[in-house]
Design a binder for this molecule. Structure first.
Ligand SMILES: [Zn+2]
Length: 923
């Protein structure tokens, strides 16, 4: 039977389904002759079905036939006259049927399995698609400044948030575009009058509330609106309107509606973001009354609108501010007009007001972002709950493993969101302080201004000027007040949302905490392996998580050595020879990704390792060294690690730079690391700084080569100490990462000093103990600047003296690694509990000038940041990621275990920053 002739499976889902079908009941009462006839018929049917390519029916009929035959063979009549019956049945048929049934069974089992697998694949692809869509929608909402090709004429650009009445009018008249108009004014206003267009529906503001999904909103809509609403996916342009808004103000119905559509409507992918009608229905009514259902409608009176609400705020008159100086002015004498000081005051005031505007704008932005974060958190927690439930009820191993992975993803996402919110609060706090400061000074300036104006009141020209200034001031004050009102409104909304969330989700949080606790046992080797391992049972899981056409490759080509396609045009063109002979189990998930943009699978709390590997993997010179095989000349076996750590890391780096894996597992590297350091063996969370420090030492030992020792006479103290430390053994790692610190101890009495030198592979900096914000410079100063040492044995005084210890960097490495000591032992706790300082540290992304922190070192003292190892959460239940700037693409990426995503440079600085990697090499 050829493949092409087989018809589709239709009868069952597995062979057991068919086995239920060939029961032949009620045979005892039947006579043998009759049974023989039945058997013949069954055999014929089986043959017939087989000829048609229906393997299922054919199999069922053969099996039925064989049952009947088995029954006949025990029949008394049959036993009396076997030959007769055998002839009647066809002597060869039973064997033929047996043969056929067996073959069919094998074929069917195989086909059912294939079908199951295909179905699972589809389920998963669908799941991935939904996830992708959510991501896309989210990105779209955040990414309002994405560059897109120019819009067709008449349409607002992709970045535009509004559309003018005349633009909309032209589009509607033209009739070529499918437009949907969402009228978000109160329901009764819509009924009274609205744009006369069949797809203009009422989405009453009273139905729109924050945190709503599109589904919930749909249920609240007036029934007349629903049919058009249901068509929204096919709309090419969605226009929202209220009475008079000229923009989309966060916290107002149009913004909420837009948010609901873009972020909470996962079923629909909008081709462009909804735009607001500029000036609202009022503007439309004014310009196109003929295009409305009732041109007589009257817009609501101005004073209830937000913009004009400010008109009601009472501003103090400038002249009331400080009347005393005017009164105390000597009346008899000529007025003293201090023009210089007045104009200075005005100028100063203008500047203050500009600065204040700026702060308020920033605060506004923070309030909006923090609202978005809050929504994202709710969304993430809801996602998590859903995934958790699905994971719990899922019996299929691969799917359960996938849910676990997703659960893990969401938990780490939540930790990151919490961190972001923390940073936001910090920033807001600092802005609040700045604002208070400005307000204080503003009051002072206002008092001065009032004084100077009062003094010049008698001169008419001065009077005009004063009035003009006062007007300006009043207008500015109004503006400031308007902004404040906006911020207050948005903040209030966020707070209420927060409260709502807190109330509703205490339970969810408890469960989440439980899950975080459980995370460790969940990630035992076996569990982690069930996702995407190379064993047969999990090959389906592998196929699932990548939808590239490489499915066959995954299962069959695993032994193929990994040859990264490194850009050799700019790098030494040397190919690594032998080390790839060793097989490595990368458990790869294939995808066409950019070079260096491959993720690393979490092997059970190995994010600390992954984070460090990705930071090193973005150290350009090191990558070249590993990828072009140069390192092979240096690998040596003379130390305890026997070159293996370097070899494994090189293999991982080459894998990460091949650009053909979405993510890989680093089992071999991890095993090797575990061999030499017990703490990194288990699946407990570890400190990424500790790992980095040990890894650096290992790599230096593994890649050491001897150099000719320099003549000691020609060396300064620092260089001599350096050569004593290196013992004429060098490595690329030493040259790149290792620096030297000079420590000078000076006697407080006789000023005698003594210097010692220590090398470092990273600087480990304390944080200022009580600050919630500080700068990298603060930390460096704290680290380097004097520390008093009581009872120092002064070699000159020959007595114990107080001394001061001062540090200086005496050798700057080309790659400067800086670690923040965020973890500290809480002295109040009995059982060595580590606490974490979540200080927000401001560090430069570019042009970190180390000159002020170092002695006159050779080399370039100006550094650029290229990688950050981040830590979220606490020491025990934490999570690590890496932010790295790609040397190929020049953009920043977040490496969150197996996920690699582009981020904006503005996201790089956060209170999660734990280890910074700076380079002074040209990039
Ligand atoms: Zn002394």
């Amino acid at each position: 039977m050829t493949e092409t002739r087989r018809i589709q499976l239709h009868l069952g889902k597995c062979i057991e389904d068919l086995d239920k079908l060939y029961n032949v009941p009620d045979l005892k009462s039947k006579r043998a002759t009759l049974l023989c006839k039945t058997a013949q018929k069954l055999f014929e049917s089986a043959e017939e079905a087989r000829a048609k390519g229906d393997e299922e029916y054919s199999y069922v009929y053969y099996m039925k036939y064989l049952r009947v035959i088995a029954f006949i063979s025990k029949d008394k009549e049959y036993l009396k006259d076997k030959n007769y019956f055998n002839n009647m049945l066809g002597p060869k048929n039973p064997n033929k049927a047996l043969d056929a049934a067996e073959k069919l069974k094998i074929s069917l089992i195989e086909r059912y399995a294939k079908e199951q697998k295909a179905k699972r694949l589809m389920d998963i692809q669908e799941n991935e698609l939904i996830k992708q869509k959510i991501d896309e929608n989210r990105k779209k909402a955040m990414d309002t400044i994405a560059a897109e090709p120019p819009p067709p004429t008449g349409l607002p650009g992709p970045d535009e948030v509004t559309i003018k009445s005349d633009q909309l009018y032209t589009i509607l008249k033209n009739g070529k575009l499918k437009v949907m108009i969402l009228d978000a004014r109160p329901g009764k206003d819509y009924i009274n009058s609205h744009i006369n267009h069949p797809a203009c529906i009422s989405v009453p503001e009273e139905c729109i509330s924050p945190g709503q999904s599109a589904n919930v909103l749909e249920q609240n809509l007036p029934s007349a609106s629903r049919p058009v609403w249901a068509e929204r996916a096919s709309s090419e342009l969605i226009v929202m309107l209220d009475w008079s808004s000229t923009t989309v103000i966060p916290g107002k119905p149009l913004h909420l509606l837009k948010t609901i559509l873009l972020k909470w409507d996962i079923k629909v992918q909008y081709s462009r973001q909804p735009v607001a009608l500029w000036g609202g229905y009022e503007d439309w009514l004014l310009k196109y009354p003929a295009f409305t259902t009732n041109p007589q409608a009257i817009p609501p009176s101005q004073d209830i609108m937000l913009d004009d609400m400010l008109g009601e705020i009472d501003y103090p008159n400038w002249s009331d501010l400080n009347p005393t100086p005017a009164d105390s002015r000597p009346k008899s004498s000529e007025p003293v007009i201090d023009r210089a000081s007045k104009s200075a005051a005005v100028e100063l005031y203008a500047e203050r007001s500009r600065n204040m505007q700026h702060i308020l704008e920033q605060q506004e932005l923070i309030a909006d972002t923090s609202l978005t974060l809050e929504m994202q958190r709710i969304e993430a927690e809801q996602d998590w709950e859903k995934i958790r439930q699905q994971g719990e009820t899922e019996h299929r191993d691969e799917l359960r493993a996938m849910y676990q992975l997703r659960e893990q993803e969401i938990i780490s996402q939540l930790m990151q969101l919490e961190n972001k919110q923390f940073d936001m609060e910090q920033e807001n706090q600092s802005l609040r302080e700045k604002l208070e400061d400005y307000q204080r000074r503003e009051r002072e300036e206002a008092a001065k201004l009032a004084e100077s104006i009062a003094r010049s009141q008698l001169t008419p020209s001065a009077d005009n000027e004063a009035v003009a200034t006062a007007r300006e001031r009043e207008a500015a004050a109004r503006d400031v007040e308007a902004k404040r009102a906006r911020i207050a409104a948005v903040t209030a909304q966020r707070v209420s949302l927060d409260r709502q969330r807190e109330a509703l989700e205490t339970e969810r949080k408890r469960k989440l905490a439980e899950a975080r606790e459980k995370q460790k046992p969940n990630y035992k080797e076996e569990d982690a392996d069930s996702y995407g391992s190379s064993t047969e049972s999990a090959s389906a899981a592998l196929n699932r998580s990548q939808s590239s056409p490489n499915i066959a490759k995954v299962s069959s080509d695993e032994e193929e050595p990994v040859v990264p396609s490194f850009d050799r045009s700019t790098k030494p063109a040397k190919v690594a020879p032998s080390s790839e002979l060793r097989q490595r189990d990368f458990q790869p998930v294939w995808a066409d990704v950019g070079r260096g943009l491959t993720g690393l699978k979490n092997l059970g709390n190995t994010c600390y390792m992954n984070s460090i590997i990705q930071c090193l993997n973005n150290t350009a010179i090191l990558v070249t060294y590993f990828c072009n095989g140069q390192y092979l000349e240096h690998v040596n076996r003379s130390h305890s690690t026997r070159g293996a750590i370097a070899e494994e890391l090189a293999a991982v780096v080459r894998g990460l730079w091949s650009g053909q894996y979405r993510f890989i597992a680093t089992k071999d590297l991890r095993n090797e690391v575990g061999k030499h350091q017990r703490t990194f063996r288990g699946s407990e969370q570890q400190d990424s700084h500790e790992f980095l420090t040990i890894l650096m030492d290992w790599l230096h030992l593994d890649l050491q080569f001897s150099i000719k020792p320099p003549l000691k006479e020609n060396l300064g103290a620092s260089e001599r100490a350096w050569h004593e430390y290196t013992k004429s053994k060098e490595s690329l790692v030493l040259r790149l990462f290792y620096g030297q610190i000079k420590s000078t101890v000076r006697c407080c009495v006789c000023a005698t000093h003594s210097a010692t030198y220590d090398s470092f592979s990273n600087l480990s900096l304390e944080l200022p103990p009580h600050a919630s914000r500080c700068t990298l410079s603060d930390c460096l100063k704290l680290y380097l600047n004097g520390e008093t040492i009581p009872g120092w044995n002064c070699p000159n005084c020959k007595e114990k003296r107080d001394a001061v210890k001062k540090l200086d960097i005496s050798r700057l490495p080309p790659v400067l690694v800086i670690h923040f000591k965020r973890f500290y032992l809480d002295p109040k706790e009995y059982c060595n509990a580590f606490r974490k300082r979540q200080t927000y540290i401001d560090f430069p992304l570019e042009n970190l000038d180390m000159r002020q922190f170092s002695l006159n070192c050779p080399g370039n003292p100006v550094y650029n940041l290229y990688a950050v190892s981040n830590h979220y959460g606490s020491m025990e239940g934490g999570h690590y990621t890496a932010y790295c700037k790609s040397s190929v693409y020049g953009k920043w990426y977040k490496y969150d275990d197996h996920l690699v995503t582009e981020i904006s440079p503005s996201e790089v600085k956060s209170s999660a920053a734990y280890i910074l990697f700076y380079t002074s090499c040209e990039r």
